[in-house]
Write a protein that binds this ligand. Structure first.
Ligand code: BG6
Length: 478
């Protein structure tokens, strides 16, 4: 049945600095972990060695130039405004502000860039939603300190977030502390700047790194609220519901265990303490988290809202070896025979989004924000009546089905601040570093071999999303 979304619903799109800004060494920017991972940041399967990491940037790394948002932000923001965006999610590249991560003074040129971007957004009445750390830890912090495995990162992060909170306190209201904070369990280098090869990283060190990030996130929430009490600061988790492969109770237990690995992060952000279920897991795995004085108190600074990415679901079983497993967004799981998959093997499940929304809301009664959702697909540029375009009905179909389920969840009573599609303009993929895995409403003429003019073209989905926003969701039901 037709449904209109809430009046102030924040429609928009989401990006990350390292995947679209380019200008990796311009205006004093230091290197980030992304600048040395030309093949993307995710091990092909659990237990694999870290992805290819080079000593220094190599020309085949598409992220170095990205789609050059750094120099084209005015043109791109004008296109977002044309679609009617109310919100635009972007990250601040930590290494633009503190090139090495451990300096005492910030890089003024880096700060000025984001001033210009926020001012441009404000011209159109677009609310920025800023991720403080989106898979782009300064490389020096990875090399010198082993990233978040080292407690020193907390104070470097505190200095960085205090700097940007203070600088932009009147320009930005919505903040996210860490992108997909739970992903560090699966991609420790990309997510946490942890240089120790994955297969050599002990569970003890991994969960201690998790603890450091959780404390840092709580600290950011505390400091942010002191700088501006009107700030809305959220956590951001990778949401991936699991279904039991059969009605065997042991499979349902496997579901619970799979989901607890993710809930751990939102539970601590929302409830301010470690849940009991993880204490058992720690005990059974000889993990003993070192709490420094004050950590327990800090964790009590809970978030204002829960945000998450949602692309897919998986299935779980007590005997996973009996089934086919599929690839996925950083982590994967058993393939679900009821679902189809994208060209990259991510299983498409709109109803799963309604379930996730209801689960999070029941669990925390905090406002939610969907800050990533979308279909990565190979697009073909064709000549249309108004110039080059892409007939991306498959993308429209994916988004339409997911948004209808968002409408269902809203009618179920879920409180939802907004929805930002991933990559409203084509950008470089995080997991595989390709440009041919496109999510955008706007096509960018750049290819996997680095060729292309960087020209922007509107796809068919551009006008479709514009209409969805203009009608506040009503057009989804036509
Ligand atoms: C999320 C990340 O995991 O998924 C984004 O937050 C990423 O950075 C997105 O781009 C889509 O993944 P991919 O690998 O298709 O780019």
């Amino acid at each position: 049945m037709a449904y209109t979304f809430p009046k102030d619903f924040l429609w928009g799109g989401a990006t990350a600095a390292n995947q679209f800004e380019g200008a990796y060494n311009v205006d004093g920017k230091g290197l980030s972990v992304q600048d040395v991972t030309p093949r993307g940041g995710v091990p092909a399967k659990p237990g694999d060695h870290n992805p290819l990491i080079t000593d220094k940037p190599t020309a085949d790394n598409l992220k170095l130039e990205g789609i050059d948002f750094y120099h084209r932000y005015k043109e791109d923001i004008a296109l977002f405004a044309e679609m009617g965006f109310k919100v635009f999610r972007l990250s601040i590249a930590w290494s633009r502000i503190f090139p090495n991560g451990d300096e005492l003074e910030p890089n003024e040129a880096g700060l000025q860039f984001y001033d210009k971007v926020f001012d441009e957004l404000s011209k159109y009445g677009i609310e920025p939603l800023v991720t403080l750390s989106h898979y782009e830890t300064p490389l020096h912090l990875a090399r010198q300190y082993n990233g978040w495995a080292n407690r020193d990162l907390i104070s470097f992060y505190e200095r960085y977030v205090s700097t940007v909170f203070t600088r932009y306190k009147d320009k930005v209201k919505y903040w996210l502390t860490f992108n997909e904070v739970n992903s560090v369990l699966h991609a420790p280098f990309m997510s946490g700047g942890i240089a120790t090869p994955f297969e050599e990283l002990s569970k003890q060190d991994l969960y201690q790194a998790v603890h450091h990030e959780l404390v840092a996130s709580a600290l950011a929430t505390k400091v942010g609220h002191e700088i501006n009490p009107d700030f809305k600061i959220g956590c951001m988790v990778l949401a991936m519901p699991a279904y039991g492969m059969t009605s065997n109770p042991l499979d349902q237990l496997a579901v619970r265990q799979f989901e607890n690995q993710n809930y751990l992060f939102s539970d601590i952000h929302a409830r301010g303490k470690y849940p009991n279920y993880i204490k058992r897991f720690f005990k059974e795995n000889d993990i003993e988290i070192q709490f420094a004085e004050g950590d327990e108190e800090l964790l009590k600074h809970t978030v204002d809202f829960i945000s998450f990415s949602y692309y897919m679901s998986v299935a779980a079983a007590h005997n996973p070896e009996a089934y086919n497993s599929g690839r996925g967004n950083i982590m994967g799981g058993i393939s679900n025979p009821y679902l189809e998959a994208s060209e990259w093997g991510w299983q498409i499940d709109p109803v799963g989004l309604r379930l996730v929304l209801n689960d999070f809301y029941d669990r925390y009664q905090l406002p939610l924000f969907i800050v990533e959702n979308g279909l990565g697909a190979k697009d073909i540029l064709v000549e249309g009546p108004n110039g080059p375009t892409v007939e991306d009905d498959y993308r429209i179909d994916y988004l339409q089905k997911h948004l209808v389920q968002v409408g269902e969840a809203l009618q179920d009573g879920v409180e939802l601040l907004g929805y930002t599609t991933w990559g409203p303009i084509d950008l470089v993929s995080a997991s595989t570093a390709e440009l041919s895995k496109r999510y955008g409403f706007i096509y960018v003429d750049r290819n996997d071999d680095g060729t292309g003019t960087l020209a922007r073209y509107k796809k068919k989905s551009f006008n479709w999303y514009k209409e969805v926003i203009a009608t506040n969701g009503e057009s989804l039901y036509r």
